[in-house]
Design a protein around this ligand. Structure first.
Ligand SMILES: *Cc1c(COP(=O)(O)O)cnc(C)c1O
Length: 516
């Protein structure tokens, strides 16, 4: 295995093969095909329980409830696991509301976040008695109307955007560049300013059918450090204190601190690896300077430089769940009373997304072609049967995933290659990484792909999306089957004037190709 990849919990290597729980990854591909998303039920449960017990330990003041963000992995089978653990959930859309209600979550602990919220969605939320986390000035009117018409009470929270003035390190999240975290957090659309929250609170308090039960904040994973969490909690307590004072000493019953805790192996890379652009700038400068000396000299020098390039997944593990919980609860218990908010009986809610699902998932993909370039310099291209369009979550966030070759997991890493995907883009999934002796048919496992990847796949190149499997101990169940080519075209409509007389003959051919 690669020396910098630490396997933990659900992953192990046995006789050279990667295992996820008690299942051989190579066998999973044989059984379910390639590429394949695989999720570990036990890992999701272990992560959830660790969050619950770590926050309970730090928060003796009142109840603690995990509301894992459904958007990180909203596959219905996965959401049933979370519901079965006694958690609530953070949801965003009407589709996620449907998944949550069908999974059996207690509506009291379903937090409906997001902006915009369509009118129909708000009516459904009021009808289902879920918690609406208000994140715009406009939605309150609709909530008030819906509750009045239905004669039902809606319990709501207000989403605050605390000013993170205490944390000005650069944000990982914003990607290219060095944007200070407080500015990056401010321009994110989620959350309302203190003044807006106060104005909304004043309108809600006298309402008959709308009840204000608490407050929410979520800044996301701008930074993995404990300091970031300490400053978030300070800012939340400070701004909350001002809001509650302006609302006549209002005391919340619940506060929700959102998500954004890092995945243990923390696959963040490009955004934090500022050496890389400098390296490429140097390459470019040298390349230009050598141009007058002719191709032979230029390529000879460049070949040397290219040989030195290598990218490695982040070797520094993130703080543990227990460390995150400790710093959050300690800071809140210190800061809330200082700002006039009593913690006794106050329910603390937490919405981890990536930290619950990330390391519970792997993606298995098969090597299909090997294309060595020998001149003008050496360059290895390994083509696999997946694509970056099935990791758009990771692309947005500049991930370089940790990886293991599942069928030769303890083979030494003897070479370097660009591992590229199957789309017609450059599709450099894993640019210039260390690899063992690789053959066509080898199976590559990309780790920490349990959050945001499967649920953000697209159909670029009209590629049908791969299947997903849930592993439970030594059993594996298909939880989302492979898409067919027919399904890729299911929403398409040919206007009458573009139809061809022989149209019917095209369809059976497509059906045959898409059979898998
Ligand atoms: C996305 C999101 C989360 C989860 O974020 P992670 O970074 O995956 O932990 C939690 N709460 C809200 C409101 C979100 O939008």
């Amino acid at each position: 295995m690669s020396t910098y990849t630490r396997l933990d919990d659900c992953l192990s290597i046995r006789n050279g093969h990667l295992f996820i729980e008690e299942c051989d990854a190579v066998e999973l591909v044989r059984q379910f095909g390639s590429p394949l998303f695989v999720f570990s039920e036990d890992q999701i449960r272990r992560n959830t329980r660790r969050f619950q017990s770590a926050f309970e330990r730090g928060w003796p003041d009142g109840p603690v409830k995990m509301l894992p963000a459904a958007k990180a992995n909203w596959i219905p089978a996965i959401q049933r696991i979370i519901a079965g653990e006694g958690c609530g959930c953070d949801i965003y859309s009407p589709g996620e509301l449907k998944v949550a209600l069908e999974a059996g979550f207690d509506p009291e602990f379903v937090s409906v976040n997001g902006v915009p919220k369509d009118e129909e969605h708000i009516y459904r939320c009021v009808e289902a008695s879920v918690r609406i986390t208000i994140d715009s000035l406009e939605e309150l009117d609709v909530i008030e109307r819906a509750t009045g018409e239905m004669g039902r009470t809606a319990k709501v929270r207000l989403r605050l955007k605390p000013t993170l003035s205490g944390f000005i390190a650069h944000s990982d999240f914003v990607g290219e560049g060095l944007v200070p975290t407080d500015l990056a957090a401010m321009v994110y659309k989620g959350g309302l300013t203190k003044d807006q929250v106060i104005a909304l609170g004043r309108r809600i308090l006298p309402m008959d059918w709308v009840e204000l039960v608490g407050f929410h904040q979520h800044h996301g994973r701008h930074h993995r450090s404990l300091r970031y969490w300490e400053e978030q909690m300070k800012a939340f307590a400070r701004d909350l204190g001002e809001v509650c004072q302006a609302l006549g000493g209002f005391q919340p019953r619940e506060i929700d601190i959102g998500g954004g805790f890092a995945v243990p192996r923390d696959p963040f890379n490009a955004a934090t690896n500022y050496a890389e652009p400098l390296g490429f700038a140097a390459l470019h400068a040298i390349s230009r300077a050598l141009k007058p000396f002719g191709d032979e000299v230029r390529y000879a020098v460049l070949a040397r430089l290219v040989d030195t390039l290598v990218s490695e997944p982040n070797p520094h593990p993130a703080p543990s769940i227990e460390e995150y919980a400790e710093v959050c609860t300690r800071t809140l218990r210190q800061e809330l009373p200082r700002h006039g908010i009593q913690t006794r009986g106050l329910m603390l809610q937490v919405e981890p997304g990536r930290a619950i699902h990330g390391n519970a998932g792997i993606h298995l993909t098969t090597v299909r072609n090997i294309k060595p370039v020998t001149s003008p310099f050496r360059w290895n291209i390994i083509v696999v049967d997946t694509t970056e369009f099935w990791f758009t979550g990771g692309r947005y966030e500049h991930h370089l995933f940790h990886y293991v070759f599942a069928n030769k997991a303890d083979a030494p890493l003897v070479g370097k290659a660009d591992i590229v995907g199957r789309s017609c883009y450059g599709d450099r999934l894993m640019p210039i990484v260390r690899v063992p002796e690789v053959q066509v048919g080898d199976i590559l496992a990309l780790l920490d792909t349990g959050a945001y990847q499967e649920v953000s796949m697209s159909n670029f190149n009209a590629l049908p999306r791969p299947a997903a499997v849930l592993v439970t101990g030594d059993r594996a169940h298909l939880i989302r089957r492979r898409e067919t080519v027919d399904e890729v075209f299911r929403r398409d409509i040919i206007p009458p004037h573009l139809q061809r007389p022989a149209e019917e003959t095209v369809e059976p051919a497509l059906t045959r190709i898409g059979g898998g």
